[in-house]
Design a protein around this ligand. Structure first.
Ligand SMILES: Nc1ncnc2c1ncn2[C@@H]1O[C@H](COP(=O)(O)OP(=O)(O)O)[C@@H](O)[C@H]1O
Ligand SMILES: [Mg+2]
Length: 365
């Protein structure tokens, strides 16, 4: 996956830039407000079609510009090389191109760029809504098995249709809908459940390397009572479903439960401990992805110094190094991380007022 070349224009305060990053670790440093997070944001948008800082894309586009353009050359050890470009405009227009050909869906682009981000808000994976954790699970399922996206789309379509029938109060139709609904729901569920089972041992191992004192239990809740048939549950809940006008049970309600000593981890762990758990979750996804596909994830790590204390920071860097993947890691001081961590072939970039300069040779002297 590594990005061999990156071009960005029209993103926040960044001056138009063309970078040749290291295929290993890239240290990005500069003062507050210089544009470090904006660089990671541009990479994230390229991979996911959305920002990690704002639910809208408009704020990302440079004040004086109408569009932002992101372009990358990707070299993937399984999929080959590709040129991936994204253009987003203030008026909502968007274009994604792969090797010069327009793509219809973001997913095709995302398949080329499996990106994980660790940044000051990622602890929300624990304390935020279940949707965040469903997205976490689905990232893993999708990147190992791209066909999962069609299974999910099929289920989503049937869920919308079922909810429309419920709202119209036409229960007779439900007998017809529910068979298809349950079939699609089970397909999504089987894929998610199997994924979490495979992730569990990888997560345990990763967490123990990051923080040996944390005892975390993960369990997958499918969105309805475990070990019971969804069709029977739907039957039982039909009156109530009609009353409220939507489907109470199904994969749309799935959840990854994260507990410590039987208690919801987000309710008892310190912010720092939550960040360590989230980092372990994200690293274990990358590791499992690598084991199962022989491809690797790109890690974006924003403001690591404010995220974790020194011991955890060092452990996280070691885990990243073992993954041998491409990393973009930001900090304010040029040496705050690179003094202790010197992975081979790494590069240094200084960001100042939106200008990015490769300082690899100067800083290493
Ligand atoms: N749409 C925009 N156009 C121009 N500048 C912006 C825009 N959005 C944010 N900025 C500015 O971009 C700068 C860089 O922000 P950021 O990347 O978060 O800095 P860092 O992560 O280095 O602290 C900030 O000074 C901010 O005011
Ligand atoms: Mg920042």
């Amino acid at each position: 996956m590594p990005i061999k070349r990156l071009q960005i224009s029209g993103v926040r305060n960044l001056q138009p830039l063309s970078l040749t990053p290291s295929l290993g670790v890239n240290f990005i440093y500069g003062e507050n407000g210089s544009g470090k997070s904006s660089l990671l944001e541009a990479l994230y948008i390229l991979a996911n079609g959305k920002s990690f800082r704002h639910h809208l894309l408009k704020p990302v586009i440079q004040h004086s510009m109408d569009t932002c353009v992101l372009f990358s050359e990707i070299d993937d050890n399984r999929m080959g090389t590709a040129r991936l470009g994204v253009q987003r405009s203030r008026n909502g227009e968007k274009a994604i191109k792969l090797n010069g050909e327009a793509l219809q869906s973001q997913a095709e682009a995302s398949a080329w760029l499996p990106v994980q981000i660790i940044e000051p808000n990622t602890f929300k994976l624990l304390s935020g809504s279940p949707q965040e954790r469903r997205q976490f699970i689905d990232w893993g399922v999708f990147h190992v098995e791209h066909s999962f996206l069609n299974q999910w789309r099929e289920f989503k379509k049937l869920l919308l249709q079922r909810n429309a029938v419920l709202k119209k109060g036409e229960p007779d139709w439900l007998d017809v809908w529910d068979k298809g609904f349950v079939k699609a729901a089970n397909a999504v569920n089987v894929a998610r459940k199997a994924y979490i089972e495979r992730l569990l041992p990888v997560f345990e191992h990763t967490l123990s390397r990051l923080d040996d004192n944390l005892d975390i239990q993960l369990s997958f809740y499918p969105g309805w009572e475990r070990n019971s048939d969804l069709i029977e549950i739907l039957d039982k809940q039909r009156d109530r479903d009609i009353q409220i006008g939507h489907t109470q049970s199904g994969p749309q309600r799935a959840e990854l439960r994260i507990k410590t000593n039987g208690i919801n981890a987000a309710d008892v762990l310190s912010r720092g401990q939550q960040k360590a758990v989230v980092a372990a979750l994200k690293l274990s996804q990358g590791l499992l992805f690598q084991q199962e596909t022989e491809r690797s994830t790109i890690y974006l790590v924003d403001d690591l110094a404010s995220e974790l204390d020194e011991t955890h920071r060092f452990a996280l860097c070691q885990l990243l190094e073992d993954l041998k993947c491409q990393v973009f890691i930001t900090s304010i001081e040029h040496n705050s991380i690179s003094d202790q961590w010197k992975p081979k072939g790494s590069k240094m970039f200084h960001v100042e007022h939106g200008n990015i300069t490769d300082t690899t040779n100067t800083e290493n002297e």
